[in-house]
Design a protein around this ligand. Structure first.
Ligand SMILES: Nc1ncnc2c1ncn2[C@@H]1O[C@H](COP(=O)(O)OP(=O)(O)O)[C@@H](O)[C@H]1O
Ligand SMILES: [Mg+2]
Length: 368
């Protein structure tokens, strides 16, 4: 720990969104009223498909977009009418937004200079942050003379030198290639562990969400589908939307009908013995489908369509009733030649959703 770590940890502020909404006109409500509490020091990932309102939400917190209604509190202070620079937030953008004509050092020191910090203090602060981010040897270079990963690190450095109460990230890794993206993700996780800044990180990448977040806020057309830990989101998705957004491949969703004693697929095969009646959507993750040797759960017949061998495991795609199901099998465990698969859906791994609303029906497979 050095002075800058301690200062950032101390500055970390809670965020309260109290009924904030955004609409551009009466017909385009981008964010319906939303209530969210983010704890000081918490790393929140806002996850959702393109166009669902993630950037809008972040920009309302930063003050780059006005709210159409509601209140925003940062560290208990109402900020929705304040200028961005008075909110104590710093933002990291996807395209870095560095000043190309300034050196790395000048980019990082600029906001401190504008804020009137004495030079000696500025130099010391920038040196500490540069060291933290492995940029000490690059302070005299221009952004054009850096790799993508280094530029992104400068953008992060420029945000944290101000010791902000809140760090906001808008898809900061999207412009990097796959390997660098992975490395930067790990660096960001380590940085967060070190400085403990309250962070809101927007992405459409579920892997970034699962690996970085204390809690994931999943947005669908501006509405919160679920706001919970990565574990809870993976194991207990609150809706079909969430179930299909998380996991690679995502959860299989199959229409089923219950007659009070069993659940049947659309072709009549029994997938589970359970006393439920009505139409549902049944969810099971590819890695939870068993292929043999399990007693107690019914087996269904599926026909193999194709397999992808990923080395550590294979993904089988099979026709089942009117759907294609994906099954993940460990290396060496998949039946290499079998066209006809016997699949078992262990009851403890099943998820049930309302056929009409897509909302989860918790506990459907317990107590039966
Ligand atoms: N200035 C604007 N006027 C009207 N609609 C806008 C404006 N800015 C954004 N939107 C709409 O708001 C929605 C959410 O956009 P955005 O927050 O950028 O989504 P995301 O970051 O999740 O991809 C989109 O449907 C977009 O078209
Ligand atoms: Mg966006």
């Amino acid at each position: 720990m050095n002075a800058i770590d301690t200062a950032i940890r101390a500055a970390a502020a809670s965020i309260t969104l109290a009924g904030i909404t955004k609409s551009y006109d009466a017909d385009t409500v981008v964010i319906p009223p939303m209530d969210v509490e983010l704890k000081a020091g918490e790393f929140t990932v806002v996850l959702g498909p393109s166009g669902c309102g993630k950037s809008t939400l972040l920009q309302m917190i930063a003050g780059l977009e006005r709210v159409s209604g509601g209140r925003i509190l940062i560290g208990g202070r109402e900020v929705q009418d304040l200028e961005p620079k008075h909110r104590g937030c710093a933002m990291v953008f996807q395209n870095y937004a560095l000043y190309p004509h300034m050196t790395v050092g000048e980019n990082m020191t600029y906001s401190l200079k504008v804020a009137g910090m004495p030079k000696a203090e500025r130099v010391e602060r920038v040196a500490a942050v540069a060291k933290m981010l492995g940029l000490s040897g690059y302070l005299h270079r221009k952004p054009g003379q850096l790799s993508g990963g280094q530029r992104q690190r400068v953008a992060i450095g420029r945000a944290i030198v101000r010791e902000p109460g809140v760090l906001l990230f808008d898809e900061p890794l999207s412009n990097l290639d796959a390997q660098l993206r992975h490395d930067m993700r790990v660096e960001l996780a380590e940085l967060h562990r070190r400085i403990g800044a309250t962070s809101v990180f927007v992405t459409h990448d579920q892997v970034e969400a699962m690996t970085l977040a204390d809690r994931i806020l999943i947005l669908n057309k501006g509405r919160i589908e679920q706001f919970d830990t990565p574990k809870a989101i993976y194991h207990s998705p609150a809706s079909v939307f969430v179930a299909k957004f998380i996991g690679a491949p995502p959860m299989n969703i199959l229409p089923v009908t219950g007659d009070g004693s069993v659940l049947r697929l659309s072709d009549g095969q029994v997938v589970a013995e359970v006393s439920l009646s009505g139409s549902f959507q049944l969810g099971i993750r590819p890695e939870d489908i068993a292929m043999e040797g399990r007693v107690g759960d019914p087996a269904v017949k599926a026909s193999l369509r194709f397999r992808e061998d990923l080395g550590s495991h294979s993904i089988l795609a099979a026709d089942l009733a009117d759907s294609v199901v994906r099954v993940a099998t460990p290396f060496g465990a998949d039946p290499a030649d079998a066209l006809h698969l016997t699949l078992i859906f262990p009851k403890s791994r099943l998820h049930l959703f309302d056929a009409a609303t897509g909302r989860a029906i918790p506990g459907a497979f317990r107590a039966h």
